[in-house]
Design a protein around this ligand. Structure first.
Ligand code: TMO
Length: 317
C-alpha cells in the first residue's frame, strides 16, 4: 500500500509534499492551452505538472492564439500561462472586459516582440537599428529568387499590424507570414550561415538571445494613440506608424469559472510568476538542448523546485 502510494506520488510528480490532499473537482480535467512557441508550451506543462502534483487531472489543448479566446470564454479551455502584450493585449482586454475570461495576474518578465536582425546586418546597412535605415537598405532584404528591390520581412503566425506599419512608415517591404513559428529559426539559420541580410519577427525573452547577437529595429515608440489616431506620429494619414511596446507585460488568463471549480489550482495559477531568465531557459531546454516539451517541463520543475512549489498555497497541500 505504501509502495503504491509512493508510486502514485512519483507519477503525479509530488514534490516532497507527501500524498496530495483531496480537493474539489479533482476528477474534472483542467484544460491548459498550448500555443505554438516553445516557452509557452513548456510553461503550460510546468503549470500542468504542478496541478497534477496537487491531485488534479490535466489535459492540454493545442490552440492558436487567435482561437484560444473563444475556447477560454466557453470553458473549452481553462488556463493560458503566457499572454504577451505585444501580440495579444487587444483581445485580452476585450475578453476580460466582457467577463468571459479573468486576468490571473502578471509575471515579473518584461517582454518585447519586434522586427529583429542578426548583428552582421549592421555592416551592410549603416544606421540600424533605427527604422529609417530600412528605407535605404530595403533591397538588401529582397528574396534571393527575386530582383524587385522589395525587402522581405519574415513574420510568424501571430496577428501583428506589420502590413499597416510598412504602409504607414513608407517602407519598401512585404511580409512573408510563415506557417509555423519554428520556421523563423530555419530562415534565420539559413541566412546567418552565409551572412545574408535578414529581418524577422523575434521576441525576448527567448532562446535566440543566448545563441545569436542581434538587435530589434527601433521604430517610433509605441503609444496607444498610434493605434487609434491617424494624425498621431510621422504619418498624418495612417495608423501603426510606431513599433510594438517595449517592456511589455506578460500575463496569465483563466476561464471565468475556474476559481469556483478548482480554487486551489486557480490560486496556484495566480501565484505563478516567472522572470525573463525563467522563460529563456524554458525555451533553450528545447530549442538549444533538444529536449522534448515534456522533458523540458520536468527539468524546469526540477531546476526551479522551490520556486514552483512556493506557488501552491499552503492550505492546498
Ligand atoms: C507571442 N510570441 C512570443 C510568439 O510573440
Amino acid at each position: 500500500m505504501v509502495i503504491r502510494l509512493l508510486m502514485l506520488c512519483v507519477m503525479l510528480m509530488c514534490a516532497g509534499n507527501g500524498v496530495a490532499k483531496a480537493l474539489p473537482n479533482q476528477d474534472k480535467p483542467i484544460r491548459i492551452v498550448t500555443n505554438n512557441w516553445t516557452s509557452q508550451i513548456v510553461l503550460a506543462k510546468v503549470a500542468g505538472g504542478l496541478f497534477a502534483s496537487m491531485g488534479y487531472q490535466v489535459e492540454y489543448v493545442p490552440t492558436s492564439t487567435a482561437d484560444q479566446w473563444g475556447a477560454l470564454r466557453h470553458g473549452a479551455a481553462h488556463v493560458q500561462v503566457e499572454v504577451w502584450e505585444g501580440t495579444m493585449s487587444d483581445m485580452f482586454s476585450r475578453m476580460v472586459n466582457s467577463g468571459g475570461m479573468v486576468d490571473a495576474g502578471t509575471h515579473d518578465a518584461k517582454t518585447r516582440e519586434e522586427w529583429w536582425y542578426p548583428a552582421y546586418v549592421e555592416d551592410v546597412c549603416p544606421g540600424l537599428p533605427d527604422w529609417k535605415a530600412l528605407k535605404a537598405c530595403a533591397a538588401l532584404f529582397q528574396a534571393p529568387d527575386m530582383n524587385d528591390g522589395v525587402g522581405v520581412y519574415f513574420a510568424g503566425p501571430w496577428e501583428k499590424p506589420d502590413a499597416a506599419r510598412i504602409r504607414a512608415l513608407g517602407l519598401n517591404f512585404r511580409v512573408n507570414v510563415l506557417k509555423n513559428g519554428d520556421d523563423l529559426w530555419v530562415q534565420l539559420k539559413a541566412a546567418a550561415k552565409v551572412q545574408r541580410p535578414i529581418v524577422l519577427f523575434n521576441w525576448t525573452p527567448n532562446w535566440v538571445e543566448s545563441r545569436f547577437e542581434g538587435r530589434f529595429i527601433e521604430f517610433p515608440d509605441h503609444a496607444p494613440a498610434c493605434e487609434t489616431d491617424p494624425s498621431w506620429g510621422v504619418s498624418k494619414e495612417f495608423l501603426y506608424d510606431c513599433g510594438n511596446p517595449k517592456g511589455g507585460w506578460l500575463k496569465k488568463a483563466a476561464w471565468s469559472g475556474m476559481e469556483a471549480q478548482w480554487q486551489c489550482a486557480f490560486r496556484t495559477l495566480k501565484n505563478m510568476n516567472v522572470d525573463n531568465i525563467h522563460i529563456a531557459s524554458a525555451a533553450a531546454l528545447v530549442d538549444v538542448d533538444n529536449l522534448t516539451h515534456d522533458q523540458a517541463a520536468a527539468r524546469w520543475l526540477e531546476e526551479n523546485n522551490a520556486l514552483s512549489n512556493s506557488w501552491i498555497p499552503a492550505d492546498c497541500l
